[in-house]
Ligand binder design. Structure first.
Ligand SMILES: [Zn+2]
Length: 339
């Protein structure tokens, strides 16, 4: 079925034929859709991108069951069981789904990372126009055990707050930031590695006056976290229009956890990893915009990256005057099938 964006979307099931009729969309331009190509492309995307996350979410649901977190398990099991796409001859957009927004859900965390990537890119584009330059900062402390993970994450958050609010040398140069927590698990040692990825906005003058070396950053971080050792940090300038820019945004957009770090191994192993991640991450704000990053985000009216809409993650819908077709999938016996 072909409809135009300003028309009411039919709720009835839609079966796509091999080609779509050219249709007058209320005086608006008509669109001829090469349906075979578009639908094959969409099918590929559903199989390649959505299906593995949905399968991992089912695994997480089984782990929650094992931990007696029954309502949480039910919510995650149902996550993304329904997908509705709007498809034109050039674009395909997810339009409806039922994402659970669980903190560890692989499907939802993938959607969050797409959303963070999109929002941070939009904000940085605007800040670049305003003449800002960017630094990419990674702040680490020593690895820890699962039992120490909540306290170690707290230390990182406290250290960051201290760096951002109390250190004059930092406040003088840094006019805004986006920071995100990432926690990985070393499969050989079993240790956890919580760390912060941060993009900082500075004025170009920073590179002439007030420039901090890597050693100075490390000392600053050491004092903010009250450590008795010099922590590993990495600081680098992000060059304009370089691969480094998208690489840095991709790093901050990873969003907290990789499901392979807690859904590998026996059910008992997975349950212990999931418990450790849950106790460290529950109720925390894992990413935040501050200063000029926050100002531009508000100006662009972007919604919350962690709790907001996980369907329209690139913040941009189909044009309202373009004809589109509705394609629906449901999760059945471990696969997405067209309905
Ligand atoms: Zn989910």
């Amino acid at each position: 079925m072909l409809v135009s964006g300003h028309e009411k979307i039919p709720l009835a099931r839609v079966d796509e034929k091999d080609s779509f009729p050219v249709r007058d969309c209320g005086g608006l331009p008509t669109t001829l859709i090469n349906s075979n190509m578009v639908l094959q492309d969409l099918q590929g995307e559903v199989e390649r991108r959505f299906q593995p996350k949905k399968a991992a979410s089912e695994k997480l649901s089984a782990v929650y069951d094992n931990l007696q977190l029954l309502s949480r398990s039910a919510r995650v099991r149902d996550c993304g069981s329904y997908l509705e796409f709007h498809v034109t001859d050039t674009e395909k957009k997810l339009h409806l789904s039922n994402f659970c927004k669980d903190r560890l859900c692989p499907m939802c965390n993938w959607r969050r990372s797409l959303k963070i990537f999109s929002q941070v890119s939009l904000v940085m584009n605007e800040l670049e126009l305003q003449g800002y330059e960017f630094l990419f900062l990674t702040l680490t402390v020593r690895n820890c055990s699962g039992a120490d993970l909540p306290a170690t994450c707290q230390m990182l958050f406290d250290g960051w707050r201290s760096l951002y609010n109390k250190k004059e040398i930092f406040k003088k140069s840094v006019l805004g930031s986006f920071r995100s927590l990432e926690v990985t698990r070393n499969k050989k040692t079993g240790e956890f590695h919580p760390h912060l990825h941060v993009i900082l906005a500075v004025r170009p003058v920073y590179f002439k006056h007030g420039y901090l070396t890597q050693a100075q950053w490390a000392n600053l971080w050491r004092s903010c976290c009250s450590l008795d050792y010099t922590p590993v940090i990495d600081i680098r300038r992000i060059k304009k229009a370089s691969k480094g820019l998208s690489g840095a945004v991709a790093e901050v957009a990873k969003y907290a956890v990789k499901s392979s770090d807690f859904l590998n191994g026996s059910l008992e192993d997975c349950s212990s990893y999931v418990s450790a991640f849950l106790s460290a991450l529950s109720g925390r704000r894992l990413c935040s915009f501050t200063g000029v990053f926050s100002d531009v985000r508000k100006k662009l009216a972007l919604d919350d990256v962690e709790h907001g809409d996980l369907v329209h993650v690139d913040g941009d819908n189909l044009r309202s005057d373009v004809a589109f077709m509705i394609v629906r999938y449901a999760w059945k016996s471990g696969l997405y099938v067209r309905i």
